[in-house]
Structure formats: structure tokens, C-alpha cells
Design a protein around this ligand. Sequence first.
Ligand code: 5GP
Length: 125
Amino acid sequence: MAVDATLPYDDQNIFARILRGEIPARKVFEDDWALAFHDINPQSPTHILVIPKGAYVSWDDFSARASEPEISGFVRAVGHAAREAGLVAPGYRLLANTGLDSHQEVPHLHVHVFAGRPLGPLLAR
Ligand code: 5GP
């Protein structure tokens, strides 16, 4: 079910639980600012999720409230995860759903990294 990105942060969301180690994830990369792991239901041959370590509901929340080190750390972590996975030469797509119309399902900011085949047009019609 899509979540309302204007609601307060819920620390019981599934990605908060992954960050706390309460639920396993297939980790790709981790540093002080971010964790990258494989999506449980991949939509492309490579489908990685990158999340900030801080408690942010969405891109909107993060871009409004995160500190400069958190923002730069997270942006670099997304690039690093994709680079380390060998995705730069073949190419990849980033996507961050925010709120109801986007169909965001998990209320902790995550950037999807899609790759591994030609991805086609930007949006399904
Ligand atoms: P959203 O629709 O919020 O942008 O994307 C949420 C993503 O989280 C979906 O692609 C879904 O497959 C993934 N996901 C949901 N629960 C889990 C989980 O427990 N583990 C992992 N690795 N991915 C999950």
C-alpha cells in the first residue's frame, strides 16, 4: 500500500528494521551514511536499494532536514554502490518514489538502482 510521505517517521518500517539488523538483507555496500542491499522482489536483473542511515521518510524529508554531510554521504554512497556493481558502463537508472502518487511503499527514503538490461522508456503508460 502506498504511504503518505508527509507523515512522521515510523521506526518500525521494514528498512529501519533492516538497518537495526532485525531483518536480514543481501548487503551490497555499507558506510557511515548509507546501506545498499538487493531488493527482495527485483524488477530488473540488478535491483539495488540504497538507504540513508538516518530516519527520513522520503526524498522530500531528507532534502529538507538532512545535514550537508548526510546528503553528500548518501549521494556518494549511491554512486559508489552502482560503480562497485559494475553498472556505469552498461548504464543504470535511479528512482526515488515519494508519497502516494508515486506508490512509495516503504516510509524510509530509498533510491532504487535498476540495471542489467535495456530499461526502456522512463514510465509505464
Ligand atoms: P517503493 O515502492 O517504496 O519505492 O519500493 C519498496 C521496495 O522495497 C520494493 O521494490 C520492495 O520489493 C522492496 N522491499 C520491501 N520489503 C523488503 C524487504 O524486506 N527486503 C528487501 N530487500 N526489499 C524489500
